[in-house]
Design a protein around this ligand. Structure first.
Ligand code: GDP
Length: 466
């Protein structure tokens, strides 16, 4: 070993310099098993028994390396890793994930795309892959529900490759057919993929892990791939200054009794402390405010009891945390949040402003009004509409408000007197406005369905005019 190598090895992470936990998001089509997979990972971590097997954060679950290693058996040896574990974002789906990795920041560092091995690629699988492609986020495919393959003989606990090899020819044949269809579909989307044990370089190739979120078979392999991928290719991105100013993404804006409007945040860099000045992306631009309280869920607290949270003085990345501060009512899910510490407030405001501007929505003079629940979903909606060649007059995060009805009614064409609402509510006074206007409202929780409903409306109108 050369002197420089020795030096590098001898410089341990200092107090302020640390490797943070990689953040993992679970995406995929509805009913393909995202929730079951997250529950299984949390559940088996806890049943490993030790206190501290997992830590419940706001909006996320931290699984320390020790626990990952216990769950993954021989596949993850703690001595091979210096990353502290994995942080799983609890809410599956991709509403807020368009902001994944914008500008080196990260809501999530890695994604698991869950695909039902029998059902194959579906519209939301494609939507998820689009987001991952755009943001350059590395991902693994969990080919889920292998226990439903006829003739499959489950081998609980052992690595999936051995289990796969030991199946009857007919069970293997049926599974292979489905797995190779998934691999082929990935290739159609521009990703070179293979069964994970045949993948040499997880940065260049997507690993497909056959598993069952129900029985747990294959989950050790999934964890091993996630750990290996982060340790090998993402370690540098995990190096943070924990005493530096915090940076994160707003997952949700929530009203909490006793605190008013709060934001649930995934913190991926630095730290946040009580009394820090923060800048948060809001519907009407950046909000500058001061942290009143940092809240973590109180273990075993009853949902309905008053004392659901514990206050902490400081939180360090990576973590999920609830922040209570004045003036957060207009904060926006999916928006950036930054701590002002060693730079001026103006500079940080500028940063947040330019990150918000990165959400690309092309608007036209004449078009439909789009409302969505998060910045990420707004961007995903805008992309879907662009593909369908539907012009957008205005796109905003938030529930449908009277102002939206007023804006939509200014459209000249009937087909543009339309509001498309993705995962949003309608404010009561907007209902009244809608009734007395010509504006049509379409709402859905699935992007492609919403676009389809709108396209059907257009088709019907055109047919009626002929
Ligand atoms: P999500 O919408 O992607 O979160 O899907 P869910 O986790 O809610 O799963 C949808 C349905 O599939 C539920 O009825 C699950 O019990 C079932 N399911 C999920 N994973 C598996 C699996 O590995 N095997 C089997 N047999 N069923 C599964």
């Amino acid at each position: 070993m050369s002197d420089t190598d020795a030096d590098a090895d001898a410089s341990p992470a200092t107090e302020s310099n640390a490797l943070r936990t990689p953040i993992v998001a679970v995406l995929g089509h509805v009913d393909h098993g995202k929730t079951t997979l997250l529950d299984k990972i949390r559940g088996s971590a806890v049943s490993e028994g030790e206190a501290g097997a997992i830590t419940q954060h706001i909006g996320a679950t931290a699984v320390p390396l020790e626990t990952v290693s216990q769950m993954a058996g021989s596949l993850v040896k703690p001595e091979d890793f210096d990353l502290p574990g994995l942080l799983f974002i609890d809410t599956p789906g991709h509403h807020s994930f368009s902001t994944l990795r914008s500008r080196g920041g990260a809501l999530a560092d890695i994604a698991i795309v869950v695909v039902d091995v029998n059902d194959g690629f579906q519209p939301q699988t494609l939507e998820a892959l689009d987001i991952l492609k755009r943001t350059g986020t590395p991902f693994v495919v969990a080919a889920n529900k292998i226990d439903t393959t006829p003739g499959w003989n489950p081998q609980d606990g052992s690595p999936i490759q051995g289990s796969y090899d030991s199946q009857s020819d007919s069970a293997r044949g049926r599974l292979d057919e489905n797995l190779y269809e998934i691999i082929g579909n990935l290739s159609d989307e521009g990703f070179s993929a293979d069964l994970y044990w045949r993948v040499q370089n997880f940065q260049k190739n997507v690993g497909v892990v056959p598993l069952s979120a129900m029985t747990g078979e294959g989950i050790p392999d999934l964890l091993a791939v996630l750990m290996g991928l982060s340790q090998r290719y993402m370690k540098e991105e995990m190096e943070i200054d924990v005493s530096g100013p915090g940076a994160g993404t707003v997952l949700e804006v929530k009203e909490e009794r006793g605190f008013g409007a709060t934001v649930d945040v995934v913190l991926y860099d630095g730290s946040v402390r009580e009394d820090d000045v923060i800048v948060v992306g809001g519907v009407n631009g950046p909000i500058v405010t001061e942290v009143r309280a940092l809240l973590q869920p109180r273990p075993n607290a009853e949902i309905r009891t008053e004392k659901r949270f514990d206050k902490v003085e400081e939180v360090r990345a990576a973590a999920g945390i609830k922040i209570a501060a004045p003036d957060l009512d207009d904060a926006m899910a999916g928006a950036p949040i930054r701590v002002v510490r060693d730079r001026s407030e103006e500079e940080v405001i500028e940063d947040v402003t330019s990150e918000l501007a990165e959400i690309e929505v092309d608007t036209a003079d004449e078009g439909v009004v789009v409302k969505a629940d998060t910045l990420g979903s707004l961007e995903a909606m805008a992309n879907a509409l662009k593909e369908a060649e539907v012009p957008i007059l205005r796109a905003e995060v938030g529930d449908v408000a009277p102002r939206d009805v007023a804006v939509a009614s200014t459209a000249r064409e009937m087909e543009n007197k339309v509001i498309l609402g993705f995962s949003v509510d309608v404010l009561p006074n907007a209902e009244d406005e809608l009734e007395t206007s010509e504006v049509r409202l379409f709402r859905d929780d699935v992007i492609y369905q919403l676009v389809e409903e709108y396209e059907e409306f257009i088709d019907e109108r055109q047919r009626a005019q002929q």
